[in-house]
Design a protein around this ligand. Structure first.
Ligand SMILES: [Fe+2]
Length: 288
């Protein structure tokens, strides 16, 4: 995950990486991972894209405790040429894009406190590793992530990061995918969250709309609660193809002339899987 300008912490390398410090995790920290892992492993079958479960399997992520990034990287490297590196938390955008463009996934090395299993201020090792890494074992998704990193470098030069970040948000973090007549989850923000794994598929509140690259890049999103919109891709192949075949420069120029789309809006041209009631969002906002 990237954020704006900030100071590189002491002890971080020029590319902001730090040692994972696997030997320093406490028994409580490993046990927190195990509790989160077990809870999601029970819930996900039938809800998550099968490619995700396959990733958990081939990367042997069901072994107890927080994974060692070195061992995980060895397996991932053989499968798709990706590695996992530790960073101290949010890092500058250009560093984040450079890592992705070079097939390095950055992960926080810390884990949430056991009494905060469902509350995250910053992406931790469970979100980053459990949520993101299984799909990096899938060749097409692995290529998509690298394409995103390269696209980020271009977007930075064109002043269009805000637009591109929405693509990441609505796919890598909160994406849904078709599976026959069903929908499945694949975004890391959903698959690493017990509550949102249920909400994203079952709750009548959010809209579930067909993925459209330009539409997604115009759509606002919320960072503080469950999403009000989910976008559904046809397949990972289709997502990668659209990303590679689109010349983003002219698209950014075109989007700069169009207004952003509000978070709960459904457009006449949208492919609607679910017209959400938005009841959950209204209740949450009303109680704030
Ligand atoms: Fe994430």
């Amino acid at each position: 995950m990237a954020s704006g300008k900030q100071e590189r912490p002491n002890g971080a390398a020029e590319d902001w990486t730090i040692p994972q410090g696997w030997g320093s995790y406490s028994a409580v920290e490993h046990a927190t991972w195990d509790r989160l892992f077990d809870r999601q492993a029970k819930l996900l079958p039938g809800r998550v894209a099968p490619e995700f479960l396959n990733g958990l399997d081939v990367l042997r992520m069901d072994r107890p405790g927080i994974p060692d990034f070195g061992e995980l990287s060895d397996r991932l490297m053989k499968l798709t040429g990706w590695q996992v590196v530790a960073v101290p938390g949010l890092i500058p955008e250009e560093i984040f894009f450079d890592h992705l463009a070079n097939r390095r996934f950055v992960s926080g090395n810390f884990i949430r406190a056991p009494e905060q299993l469902d509350y995250l201020q910053e992406p931790d090792v469970f979100h980053d590793i459990f949520g993101h890494v299984p799909l990096l074992a899938h060749p097409v998704f692995a290529d998509y992530m690298q394409a995103y990193g390269r696209g980020g470098q271009r977007a930075a030069a064109l002043g269009a990061i805000e637009k591109l970040a929405r693509l990441y948000w609505y796919t890598v973090e909160f994406g849904l995918i078709r599976s026959g007549d069903d929908l499945r989850i694949y975004g890391a923000g959903i698959v690493s969250s017990h509550g949102e794994t249920i909400f994203a598929l079952d709750d009548p509140s959010p809209n579930r709309l067909g993925f459209d690259l330009r539409r997604v890049m115009r759509t606002k999103y919320r960072i503080d609660d469950y999403q009000q919109n989910y976008f559904v891709i046809d397949s990972f192949d289709d997502l990668l193809r659209q990303t590679l075949e689109t010349d983003f420069g002219p698209v950014y120029a075109e989007l700069a002339t169009q207004p952003d789309i509000e978070i709960d809006t459904i457009l006449p041209q949208d492919q609607v899987f679910t017209r959400g009631t938005q009841l959950y969002a209204r209740e949450q906002l009303g109680s704030r």
